[in-house]
Write a protein that binds this ligand. Structure first.
Ligand SMILES: *[C@@H]1O[C@H](CO)[C@@H](O)[C@H](O)[C@H]1NC(C)=O
Ligand SMILES: *[C@@H]1O[C@H](CO)[C@@H](O)[C@H](O)[C@H]1NC(C)=O
Ligand SMILES: *[C@@H]1O[C@H](CO)[C@@H](O)[C@H](O)[C@H]1NC(C)=O
Ligand SMILES: *[C@@H]1O[C@H](CO)[C@@H](O)[C@H](O)[C@H]1NC(C)=O
Ligand SMILES: *[C@@H]1O[C@H](CO)[C@@H](O)[C@H](O)[C@H]1NC(C)=O
Ligand SMILES: *[C@@H]1O[C@H](CO)[C@@H](O)[C@H](O)[C@H]1NC(C)=O
Ligand SMILES: *[C@@H]1O[C@H](CO)[C@@H](O)[C@H](O)[C@H]1NC(C)=O
Ligand SMILES: *[C@@H]1O[C@H](CO)[C@@H](O)[C@H](O)[C@H]1NC(C)=O
Length: 743
């Protein structure tokens, strides 16, 4: 019943946005129904279990007074937690919320979705050059919550795989014409059954791309029309994949995502990767990813999530729960360039994934502004907006547009190519005819060439690869902190490659997902934090193969404290820890961090109570009967045992904040770690660590310390940061410390 279903693919799948319209059907009373998620708390223990405990139909019958409520019940959650999603009117919602067994009721929100060289780039080299634990890796299962998968891709072939790991409790319910194998060991489909597409098959490309980035087989000679030729592979090529399809062309429903978590946890996956973000930034108790991930954490499963594609504006990060590993996107050392050559021989450097060859032929140039229909104003014509350009003028020409969507309209009208102004020239776009994206300055000089030349002409070259040793840098579109939900937790957590990633794709879709793009490929180039997220999921699985007993927070800590430092650059918050978190992932270092910061489910309960959650709100997230006591309500959120330290303070006057932390020795016994604080140049912070030496006698010993940060008149323009480094002489355990004020 999703009405007005929309499927956006902006910037050539830089972001794949799905927006689901919550079904609104009318009941007899003419009262509007909406999908609500209803929590009944934890599943009862085996002794206390009665069929009544998960009788969701019975509860619905009671509350609606109807005997046939099957159509009202949207989902039933009874594998990892107890609850359901149902179509309810406002008065039914109220009645339900008042029932004793009901922990909480909240509306199902709208969600959006958002490699050949990237793994080499972060140090996980091909083949035997990387140390691996093959038998454990083969028992590792990555749960991919996305738009499904293309099971016939070479990246998911069966070859060399034995039967499913013994711990696997899932199933292959991929629907019609969908077969699992020993690589894709499970599949479930929660999407509205669109006709002819009733399966876990991926009809967009997004889910195939993310799954192969996390755990695809090594496939030699993959490329996108010759670009990026090499071996495509995931972080853990020997691992298995379990597919949970929650998105289709009609959207991703919050209640479907919660079902996927319910099943993935019970099925026995090791790591969950979910490259989906919410349309807005809801509090944790209204965020199905935060809720699902909390249950996953309680069962020892790490959830990795994309930070969002709404940067470089600050406070755009949507993934801010500390029990979710939030990933920012960085550029790698490889870029795809498509230059523009003018008739006078001048070359303008463009960034683009252009697979089309104009064979050097120069075509007349026309500025969108000069091709406007009389019915269209100049502002819209510059952008080449729909129904704005005169087809007779643009036909056979290369059209200048000031919006990355403009070329689509120009192509419709018969242009041979397009040149686009790209104010953030740090990433390329895929288009379905020859396009080059120029920096503001180059675009300006092109416009002046057109305006001063009688018969301006140019050509767009086919893309080539360029390499830049100075990478990595967080890409402009990656969402930034500080989190608006929790001011004293640094988000995003980590950075991984997310720009121009080549990975497996759905041959049912075109690389641009536009109708008139007739290309069909097995491997395609995509950019987004969606692509960075499965890199970290792959690394987390890799780390787990060496440390199978580690809890999710230990794995997260190991990856964060061993990340390569990145330098704050430029003014403001945009290129600081609020862009890259702990830094750029280093998988090899992460397997042996020395010390970790561990936080349990109980620690997260205390954290939520410290955020002034009531017991009622807390239970929405915990799904059990946890309570906020007087004592844990006094806990400061910044004292959660997190691998980074962040505090919001007043911008004027002096301040002093403390952080309490506990580290666990996961290295050798009899280790001595000494603290060192490295401040950025000119930092006005005074930082004391007490004690500053930790002597760890045994393995898994825990020791606590306090970090006191004081300073004066911070101002609101720029955060101030330093690094706390614990070192035993060779291992470096680094935590960024960030203090900021905002107006
Ligand atoms: C199953 O799906 C594959 C891939 O789309 C297609 O090639 C094949 O024809 C389908 N088979 C049937 C029986 O529909
Ligand atoms: C890709 O690389 C392989 C092996 O290096 C080579 O055989 C193949 O011709 C290359 N393909 C393209 C399109 O460059
Ligand atoms: C460029 O040359 C190739 C090979 O000769 C040809 O297939 C293609 O159509 C040409 N492109 C244009 C735009 O003329
Ligand atoms: C052009 O149209 C847009 C949208 O309708 C409007 O906001 C803008 O002011 C107009 N510009 C001019 C120069 O008329
Ligand atoms: C290389 O990357 C750095 C940092 O991202 C950037 O400032 C520089 O312009 C790039 N150089 C080239 C030649 O692209
Ligand atoms: C950060 O800056 C320092 C000093 O300017 C420099 O020595 C260091 O190499 C830089 N680090 C990175 C990762 O760029
Ligand atoms: C929680 O409430 C207390 C008392 O009203 C207040 O001092 C504190 O700042 C609040 N904490 C948060 C994280 O909002
Ligand atoms: C530091 O700790 C790590 C992890 O236990 C260990 O591998 C390394 O040998 C230690 N270094 C020194 C100098 O003791």
């Amino acid at each position: 019943m999703a009405k007005g279903a929309t499927f956006y693919c902006l910037f050539s799948c830089l972001f794949v946005l799905f927006s689901s319209t919550v079904s609104a059907i009318k009941d007899a009373d003419d009262e509007k129904q909406q999908v609500y998620i209803v929590y009944l708390g934890a599943l009862p223990s085996r002794e206390n279990y009665t069929p009544m405990s998960t009788d969701h139909i019975g509860i619905l019958q009671e509350v609606t007074g109807e005997s046939s409520v099957e159509k009202r019940l949207v989902r039933s959650y009874k594998r990892s937690f107890n609850g359901f999603a149902a179509r309810l009117t406002e008065s039914e919602r109220e009645r339900l919320a008042g029932m004793e067994r009901v922990v909480s009721v909240f509306p199902s929100p709208k969600m959006k979705l958002q490699t050949t060289s990237s793994w080499n780039f972060i140090g996980l080299k091909e083949g035997s050059k990387t140390k691996r634990n093959p038998s454990i890796e083969s028992d590792t299962i990555i749960g991919v919550i996305d738009s499904g998968i293309w099971p016939e891709s070479d990246s998911f072939s069966n070859q060399g795989f034995g039967p499913s790991p013994k711990k696997w409790k899932g199933t292959c319910a991929g629907g019609k014409n969908f077969t699992c194998n020993n690589k894709i060991i499970g599949a479930r489909d929660y999407t509205a059954k669109s006709k002819g597409k009733e399966s876990a098959r991926d009809y967009t490309g997004h889910g195939t791309h993310t799954a192969s980035t996390a755990a695809g087989n090594a496939v030699a000679g993959t490329n996108f029309y010759g670009l990026g030729n090499g071996t495509a592979r995931g972080g853990v090529p020997a691992a298995r994949i379990a597919v949970y399809k929650v998105c289709d062309a009609e959207g991703c429903g919050g209640e479907a995502i919660l079902s996927a978590f319910d099943d993935a946890i019970a099925d026995g996956v090791d790591v969950i990767t979910i490259s989906i973000v919410l349309n807005d930034i809801p509090p944790f108790q209204q965020d199905p990813i935060a809720i699902g991930a909390f249950h996953a954490l309680a069962k020892g499963i790490l959830t990795v999530n994309s930070a969002g594609n709404d940067g470089p504006k600050i406070s755009t990060v949507t993934s801010s729960a500390p029990w979710v590993f939030s990933v920012a996107a960085s550029i790698t050392n490889r870029a795809f360039m498509a230059n523009v050559v003018l008739e006078n021989g001048k070359i303008l450097v463009g960034r683009s994934v252009n697979t089309y060859d104009l064979n050097g032929t120069k075509y007349p140039l026309v500025y969108g502004k000069s091709a406007a229909l009389s019915t269209c104003n100049e502002t819209k014509a510059r952008l080449c907006e729909a129904e704005c350009l005169d087809g007779k003028v643009v036909k056979g020409k290369i059209v200048l547009c000031e919006s990355s969507e403009g070329p689509i309209e120009a192509q419709k009208l018969g242009a041979v190519g397009s040149i686009v102004k790209n104010p953030e020239p740090d990433h390329a776009f895929v288009r379905s005819f020859p396009v080059s994206f120029l920096s503001d300055d180059d675009y300006k000089s092109l416009v002046s060439y057109i305006e001063s030349t009688k018969d301006p002409k140019a050509t767009v070259l086919k893309s080539v690869e360029a390499f830049n040793q100075t990478a990595p840098l967080v890409v402009s579109f990656s969402s930034r902190g500080p989190s608006t939900i929790v001011s004293d937790i640094l988000k995003p957590d980590i950075t991984a490659p997310g720009v121009e990633i080549l990975a497996a794709y759905s041959p049912d879709s075109s690389p641009t997902e536009t109708e008139f793009d007739t290309r069909r490929v097995k491997y395609s180039v995509m950019s987004g934090t969606s692509m960075a997220c499965p890199h970290i999921a792959g690394v987390a699985a890799y780390v787990k193969t060496f440390n199978p007993q580690w809890s999710p927070s230990m794995i997260q800590s190991a990856i964060m404290t061993t990340a390569s430092p990145m330098n704050a650059s430029g003014p403001g918050f945009g290129m600081t820890e609020f862009a890259y978190g702990a830094g750029h992932v280093d998988p090899i270092a992460a397997i042996n961090p020395g010390l970790v910061y561990e936080s349990t489910k109980a620690d997260h309960v205390t954290f939520l109570c410290g955020l002034n959650y009531t017991s009622e709100k807390l239970r929405i997230i915990s799904g059990d009967n946890s309570i906020c006591t007087k004592k844990n309500s006094k806990a400061l959120p910044r004292n959660l045992n997190y691998p980074t330290m962040s505090a919001k303070v007043s911008g004027t006057g002096s301040f002093k904040v403390t952080f309490q932390r506990t580290v666990t020795n996961v290295g050798k016994p009899n280790s001595i770690y000494k603290a060192k604080v490295v401040s950025s140049p000119g930092s006005k912070l005074s930082i004391k660590v007490n004690p500053s030496v930790l002597s760890m006698k045994s393995a898994y010993e825990k020791q606590s310390f306090t970090v006191t940060v004081s300073g004066n008149s911070l101002g609101t323009e720029q955060p101030v940061s330093a690094n706390l480094i614990w070192s035993n002489g060779s291992n470096i355990v680094r935590s960024p410390i960030v203090v900021y004020a905002m107006s």
